[in-house]
Design a protein around this ligand. Structure first.
Ligand code: COA
Length: 144
């Protein structure tokens, strides 16, 4: 059984570890800053007492940006990503967010499929966006 809750910088180390084996996006210092950022929010999904996935986002007036989303590979394809993302979308709805934006690597086919399942549409491409030179696909979804 999984449960989802808001997390803070006390989970920075685990978040950094999850990041290191998934998207490799932020350093530990960047995680500390992200989880201490008053304008950002983070949700964690726990299986028992183990944090297995994280979603970090920011609300800007009536728009939201997804900054980080990952599930540990040992726990993927079991619906945990969908549970966490559904909660994220619920938080957006409850904050009267009109639309949400995210970026995903053009090589990340599993994440692209995942976001398509949630009816995100592509609205642009940022060339050479990532450290490895891959493009970012900009996706959006209208919430309400
Ligand atoms: C993308 C990610 C969050 C999905 O998490 P998950 O827990 O596996 O997702 P779910 O089990 O809820 O899967 C939901 C749907 O997403 C799609 N999907 C997820 N992984 C997929 C894969 N490897 N291949 C194809 N489709 C996939 C499927 O449509 C799936 O539905 P199904 O299982 O009924 O076919 C997870 O793979 C992940 O953390 N990847 C590494 C980090 C990452 O890429 N983050 C996104 C960066 S923008």
């Amino acid at each position: 059984m999984a449960n989802i809750k808001e997390i803070n910088d006390s989970e920075a180390k685990v978040c950094f570890l999850i990041d290191s084996v998934t998207t490799n996006l932020w350093s530990f210092t960047q995680w500390k800053a992200a989880l201490n950022n008053k304008n950002a929010r983070a949700l964690g999904i726990y299986v028992g007492d183990k944090l297995v996935g994280v979603c970090v986002f920011q609300l800007n007036f009536d728009e939201a940006e997804l900054h980080f989303m990952a599930i540990l590979s040992d726990f993927t394809r079991r619906g945990f990503g969908s549970m966490l993302f559904t909660k994220f979308l619920y938080v957006l709805e409850n904050n009267n967010i009109r639309k949400v934006l995210l970026e995903v690597s053009s090589r990340n086919l599993s994440a692209i499929k995942f976001y398509e399942k949630f009816n995100f549409t592509t609205v642009g491409i940022r060339k050479n966006y990532y450290k490895d030179g891959t493009d970012a696909i900009l996706k959006t979804k209208v919430i309400c």
